[in-house]
Design a protein around this ligand. Structure first.
Ligand SMILES: [Zn+2]
Length: 84
């Protein structure tokens, strides 16, 4: 994967396509333990909640959660609520 600096906070991150929603999501370049997304061999990522049993593959956290300048990301538009 190619990491790039965040445009607002300059931390290293990379984009991957969610295997759940097929959308591009920014992830912190550094893997974390415990939660968020697993990088698949094809470059997709799977939300941990969709994985019944975890193995030893690295887990990444969404940069949306860690960026101190999150409010300045144009990507941070909230999704419209479904239904209702
Ligand atoms: Zn950032």
């Amino acid at each position: 994967m190619d990491t790039i600096p965040c445009k607002t906070c300059n931390r290293q991150m990379f984009y991957a396509i969610s295997s759940e929603t097929a959308k591009n999501i920014p992830l912190d370049a550094r893997p974390v333990k415990g939660h968020c997304y697993r990088l698949e061999p094809g470059g997709e990522v799977t939300p941990l909640k969709a994985i019944p049993e975890l193995d030893s593959r690295p887990i990444y956290v969404s940069h949306y959660l860690t960026c101190p300048q999150a409010g300045q990301h144009s990507l941070h538009k909230p999704e419209p609520e479904e239904g209702a």
